[in-house]
Design a protein around this ligand. Structure first.
Ligand SMILES: Nc1ncnc2c1ncn2[C@@H]1O[C@H](COP(=O)(O)OP(=O)(O)OP(=O)(O)O)[C@@H](O)[C@H]1O
Ligand SMILES: N[C@@H](CCO)C(=O)O
Length: 347
């Protein structure tokens, strides 16, 4: 098989946007890049999966370079095996450059999974649509918010079709890769696992991401959430979610409306136990204290803070950072825009 060199780009993402826990996500213009060259004259036969991986950027010290363990290549091998391909073609060289910090709430795992599925789709010449590739991604990361935003870009709301109790229990199917007798993509999983809606976005609204220098693993951040909620808390979130999806599209953003609509009672209050300073950040940084601010929330599972704003970006970042500094938490920050196109492949 001859394959021309190609490059996959997948955006970072911010999930939840306050009240839309496991529902809303935005793609952000910070891209995981996976460059691939297949050259049979460059021997890779000493690797059990026939490929070599180079990795640079965020997480370079810790990310495994064993193809069966690295999330990008593991995911690629998964979709390839689902389609009866067990290895990369001889001479496959994969070069990953990752500017998305790991475990900070900016969708690093979502980008790695989307990138891996697209890598397997190209290598195996499977010609799957983005919709079908999303089905595979969702077998690996079950909440759709980061995955949908990373694959499709823009501002996305999504839900999963209901699964059987057994499918619901099997939250991440990558372990099946190592047990050849296991069915990989269950026949019962019909195409179209994900239903999504792309919303408009007022392009004046930019994203200030304040990134504390510590990691919170998504699994740990989900483990602190309760099993059930009170009716007032659910209604609080539903009311705001309904307003937020249109408030972010208005021609002239109404900062106070957006600020109120980005409040949440389903996940942020519980996650404050893992993120020192979070309560003060969410309560004290407002459109009154910081003109230009539209709304503020925890990005994904945290600890990054996402501020939506039309101006005053430096001051907003400085205010949030000064609160974290009081808790001895150092931060960096980035001014980002939406990634409107989602994941792409270029030859
Ligand atoms: N580019 C990558 N290559 C390999 N593994 C990665 C890559 N990006 C993320 N990972 C894996 O995903 C883990 C982080 O996933 P986790 O879900 O905890 O956080 P996140 O995706 O950054 O945050 P969130 O889901 O809240 O947005 C890392 O510890 C690493 O194991
Ligand atoms: N909706 C998810 C996003 C993180 O992956 C959460 O908040 O746990």
């Amino acid at each position: 098989m001859t394959l021309k060199p190609f490059s996959i780009k997948v955006p970072a993402s911010s999930a939840n946007i306050g009240p839309g826990f496991d529902v809303l996500g935005i793609g952000l213009n910070l891209y995981l890049e996976i460059k691939v060259e297949v050259d049979p004259t460059k021997d890779t036969s000493d690797d059990p999966y026939n490929a070599k991986i180079k990795y640079e950027g965020e997480g370079a010290e810790n990310v495994p370079l064993d193809l069966g363990k690295n999330l990008v290549t593991q995911t690629a091998l998964y979709i390839m095996r689902c389609n009866n391909i067990n290895k990369f073609p001889p001479g496959t060289h994969i070069h990953v450059t990752n500017p998305i910090p790991l475990g900070r709430g900016l969708g690093s795992s979502g980008a790695a999974i989307v990138g891996g599925i697209m890598l397997g789709n190209e290598i195996g010449q499977l010609k799957l649509s983005k919709e079908r590739m999303l089905d595979y991604c969702l077998l690996i990361e079950r909440h759709p918010d980061n995955i949908a935003a990373a694959m499709l870009g823009g501002f996305v709301g999504s839900y999963l079709n209901e699964l059987s109790p057994q499918e619901t229990q099997d939250k991440n199917v990558l372990w099946r890769l190592f047990y050849p007798s296991q069915p990989l993509l269950r026949k019962s999983t019909k195409p179209g696992l994900l239903l999504k809606k792309l919303y408009n976005w007022n392009k004046q609204i930019k994203c200030v991401a304040i990134i504390p220098k510590f990691e919170v693993k998504t699994d740990d951040s989900r483990a602190v959430l309760p099993e059930s909620y009170t009716r007032p808390d659910i209604i609080f979130n539903l009311q705001r979610l309904a307003i937020l999806t249109t408030a972010l599209t208005h021609e002239t953003p109404n900062n106070k409306l957006i600020y109120e609509a980005m409040k949440d009672k389903i996940h942020q209050p519980y996650r404050a136990t893992l993120i020192p300073g979070l309560v003060e950040v969410l309560n004290c940084v407002t459109p009154d204290s910081n003109p230009g601010l539209c709304g503020i929330c925890l990005s994904g599972a945290g600890p990054t803070i996402l501020c939506l704003a039309t101006e005053g970006f430096d001051d907003i970042a400085k205010t949030v950072i000064s609160i974290f500094n009081k808790e001895n938490v150092e931060c960096s920050w980035k001014l980002l825009d939406l990634a409107y196109d989602g994941a792409t492949v270029d030859y």
